[in-house]
Ligand binder design. Sequence first.
Ligand code: ATP
Length: 140
Amino acid sequence: LQLTLAIIKPHAVKNPVALSYIRNVIKNNFVVLKTKRMILDAEAAGSFYEEHVEKFFYNRLVTFMASGSIDLHIMGHTHAVEVWRKLLGPTKVYKAQFQEPYCLRGMFGLSDTRNVAHGSDSLASAEREIKFFFPEFSLY
Ligand code: ATP
């Protein structure tokens, strides 16, 4: 079983219609091993998105991710990384709405920053990200 980490971003956690739809999509496609709701402080958000530190959107992204509760889900599927990213759709919401209107970002995305949820982009990232949020979780 392959694992991936989903992070439901603050604007989607605050929107009951989006949240219940997203939860159904997750339930219907994955085995959920762990779930946690938390609020990141700016320092933790900054360190999670460290690879983007030089990007113009970094401060905006960190402030947004620390602006409210996020939901974390460790999810299993034979192709977990790929399937979750496919369900999310393109990073950029205008592209998502244009190319794949029924993906999660197409339906509930508000902007390039507020694009509904995060998904690990590889197995190695999934492992690192799961450790970051669930240090007690054993991957093996
Ligand atoms: P994620 O890693 O969150 O699943 P991703 O791999 O699709 O997203 P990345 O390029 O890693 O996209 O960007 C990480 C996050 O930074 C995006 O999910 C989005 O919230 C934000 N972001 C990316 N590009 C932009 C942009 N051009 N303007 C504003 N925010 C952006």
